[in-house]
Design a protein. Sequence first.
Length: 328
Amino acid sequence: MKLKACIKSIASYLPEKTLTNKDFESFLDTSDEWILKRTGIKQRYIASETENTSDLAYKAAIKAIQRAKIQTNDIDLIIVATLSPDYFTMPSTAVVVANKLGLKGVSAFDISAACSGFIYMLELARSMVESGAKKNVLIIGAEKISSVLDYTDRTTCVLFGDGAGACVVSASEGKGIIDIHTGSDGEFKDLLCTKRSNQTKQLEPIKLEMKGNEVFKVAVKTLSDDVSYLLDKNKLKTSDIDLFIPHQANLRIISYVQEKLGLSDEQCVVCVDKFGNTSAASIPIAINEAYEQGRLTNGKLMLLDAFGGGFTWGSALTYFDGIDYKNL
């Protein structure tokens, strides 16, 4: 019997400090009411000056490995998705995490797919495991987005938060990952980006830029179309889905996609109010939220959906094959 790639565990880590909408009122021309009405966000977590993306990733990774009931040395590939790496281009954040885990000789690399990073990693991990190239793949979405935000720009800085989410994908006899679809369109590259100046040899501070209205229009159509494509391809209906876990970017986007697809509130996982947009960490943090609430248990079918700068997007249909939280 051919083994399938299965999600064996999920975990997340959030920094200690929270930044509420009220906190923004002290230094920005905005209000709690304005932010909440337009985004659904109430607070977000912010890493300290001494915390790096790799620190957040490492802490989520440790918990994911423990929950998978394997040893750290059983991990034979680490992939990190991030838009806020420790270093500009090298070494990769994954290599730094591997070192913090005490792993030498393990394969490790980063990917850059913005908020769709977790779906892209899941697709890679599935291919690696089902081909037999790797046995236990640790994938981590981790972000210190506060390091690339302009805190004078109320259109962007109120949206994002820091954090990390990790999971172990292993070969197993479980139900496993059913299907994944990813895509991109570079035509829209400047609508959501972190630009690097080409005018001077000296690097300028890199800050996130976004044209929110334009992003919203493309995102809602792409997200719903991609989910519909994946469900139709696998001859599934929305009623077959136990949990719909979308990228937690904006409550208005989530609500639009939910309504268009005809998903109930009971099926949807929404935690954007607590964490804000954590980019590549968003979906694993949301999966972990459902897990620790007891909503995600062994054998439940998840529909994941993400959209990010690039533009990139992706959807996944996967069962959860890990240990139920109450049995840890």
